[in-house]
Write a new protein. Sequence first.
Lengths: 303, 306
Amino acid sequence: MNNPALEIQIIAVIVAVACALPGVFLVLRGMAMMADAITHTILLGIVMAFFVTEDLSSPYLILGAALMGVFTVWLTELLHQTKLLGKDASIGVVFPLLFSIAIILISRYAGSVHLDTDSVLLGELAFAPFDRLLVFGVDIGAKAIYVMGIILLIAVIAVIVFFKELQIATFDPALAAALGFSPVLIHYGLMTMVSVTAVGAFEAVGSILVVAFMVGPPITAYLLTNHLKKMLVISAGIGAFNGIVGFQLAMLADVSIAGMMAVVTGLVFLLVFIIAPEKGLYTGMKRRKMQKKEFEKALKNLL
Amino acid sequence: MSSLIQLFSDYTLQIVALGSGVLGLLSGVIGSFAVLRKQSLLGDAISHAALPGICLAFMLTGIKSSEVLLLGALISGLIGTFFIIKIVNYSNIKYDNALAFILSIFFGLGLVLLTYIQKLPNANQAGLKNFIFGQSSALLIQDVEWMIGIGSVMLVLVFLFWKEFKLLAFDEVFAESIGFSTQKINLLLSGMIVLTIILGLQTVGVVLMSALLIGPAVAARQWTNRLNIMVFLAAIFGSVSGIVGTVISSVVTKMPTGPTIVLVLSMIVLFSLLFAPGRGMIWTLYLRNRQKHYLKEKLKTEEGAA
């Protein structure tokens, strides 16, 4: 495989699908902003693990980032539990602090290595194929494909194996607890999954756009269906579509690939938001008009 | 000591510190209402949503003056807010999800425009990226004058609409029932939040601006239960962290301004959460311990009596 354009699209699709799966549960729990916080703070985990290992391709970086993601969730909930500040405010206090520490560490100590804030925050998918995976000296393709592929595989297996636990903990945490599933454990498991996905994806698409792929396709699918399984499949499909179309448009205009993928994600949502068969804006307006007419008629008959 | 005096007589630093101080004061005041209304994270979404506006304004005019760019930021920030409100109103998508969605999509659009601009032959674009993390050393005296001008107007507005804002912050339904148009007050407040964020973009950047809105208010809330004192304290906390953060970032090399201000602010927040009398964590722990002790003692004496 020595076709960068094809490889980039494969990576884009894998990243999009891997983000969409945990994203569905995030959206259903209304926790998208927590994901936003995590995608920022994992940077600190990466930086700290980097200072220990001094190797940017070390697997400990993923470990450090995942731990930092879970730490963020824990710290936010700890603050919130003191009842001294609201949930949104605790997110707003924790993530800027951890993120600021990361930025300061990077600008002070890591200036000479390839770990700059731009690449972490913004990502550059076009460079992903340059980082090859060599097995016994044989080039078997871009490394990002394998890294994200494994993360995607773990996500798929986790969703299949823990489907009923995730479902019940998402829609009825009290029932889950009563039945003996620990909602807390499932909650932290999901957050770990989000952190791992984010750290795998940030190199390709940047930490802020990871949020677009985690939130965009699931809320689009949410407008199209009320079934969890269908929502998972539709989200993955929309994510993959956004990835490929975004790449093509970005090539056409010669701009940021990840950025264009986010823009396409936004446009697809807008389209669905307007024309969705049951929950769309258009149907809603038509329904309201019809109700108005029927009500008028009923009123006239009554008089 | 002489180096300190030299430092504070530095004209650039004076301007920059003044700018950050004014910014901190404003975001303390406006942020208090945002936090009390549980709209803390709206600021995060708005600041990210401002990025495409900055780029578009530059593309359309080719000028890199703050007024033009910030006008673009203002417009796209308002459009982002409008979208968030419409998504929540016209579908059953949760507020948090809508925020994160608009935030990331607008930021993505901003990136697309940014990479497009970078390929233009116009060499003037170099500073646009500074809006992501902020670069207060680029502040000019005119920028600070703008800040002070717009800031004064907003402070006067807060003073004039004090009881309306207070009502809205604590009991929206009551405000509506006694005849205030909560929609209009809400719009005014949201508009001021957007404006404050836009003013801060140059100094702290889009990623961290929301922290400046939330931090002072959260810290101030711990020390008092009165709104006027809270707003006053938030203004002080905000401006102190703005000034101290800016000074540190200009004295120590390779200290980006935005993150340094957030760091100083976070120290104030942490201190307040821990040590504020009556509410703070240490205080609560002490009270709980004393209660435990008291109960134990009482149990002992009762056992003795029995």
